[in-house]
Design a protein around this ligand. Structure first.
Ligand SMILES: O=c1ccn([C@H]2C[C@H](O)[C@@H](CO)O2)c(=O)[nH]1
Ligand SMILES: [Zn+2]
Length: 133
């Protein structure tokens, strides 16, 4: 599995985004430790705070299917530079991904950056050092 395939899956998932309020569509794809892929898009609600980001939809789909160890995530948005995940999603990433997990952030033009999770969320909170890695 090439990493740009994960980004391609995120780009496809973005097309399902339900974004009547922000009109800002995001797609995400995660790869489980055993190589399976789960995708997500952002899903908004008229009660705005009930909306969920693409990254968390993808991660929660994987976890709800029994995968607690994720090794990579790709995110795609229509941004000027690579899309930047929100703080809540970064925190959820640290729950299910090791510090050296691959985070690939891209825009629709193909501008892309890949960095380890520890650089995406430095000084992350962990309860009782209960880190997944
Ligand atoms: O990395 C990001 C940033 C934002 N959003 C969503 C939340 C909301 O639906 C819309 C605007 O913030 O984009 C994501 O899904 N992922
Ligand atoms: Zn988010």
């Amino acid at each position: 599995m090439r990493m740009d395939e994960l980004t391609e899956r995120a780009r496809q998932a973005r097309e399902q985004a339900y974004v009547p309020y922000s009109h800002f569509a995001v797609g995400a794809a995660v790869m489980t430790a055993d190589g399976q892929i789960y995708t997500g898009c952002n899903i908004e609600n008229s009660s705005y705070g009930m909306s969920l980001c693409a990254e968390r939809v993808a991660m929660f789909k994987a976890v709800s299917a029994g995968h607690r160890h994720l090794k990579a995530i790709a995110v795609v948005g229509d941004t000027k530079g690579p899309v930047s995940p929100c703080g809540a999603c970064r925190q959820v990433m640290t729950e299910f991904m090791p510090a050296d997990a691959s985070v690939t952030l891209s825009n629709l033009q193909g501008k892309s950056e890949t960095l380890p999770l520890k650089e995406v969320l430095p000084f992350a909170f962990f309860l009782n050092d209960d880190r997944v890695d």
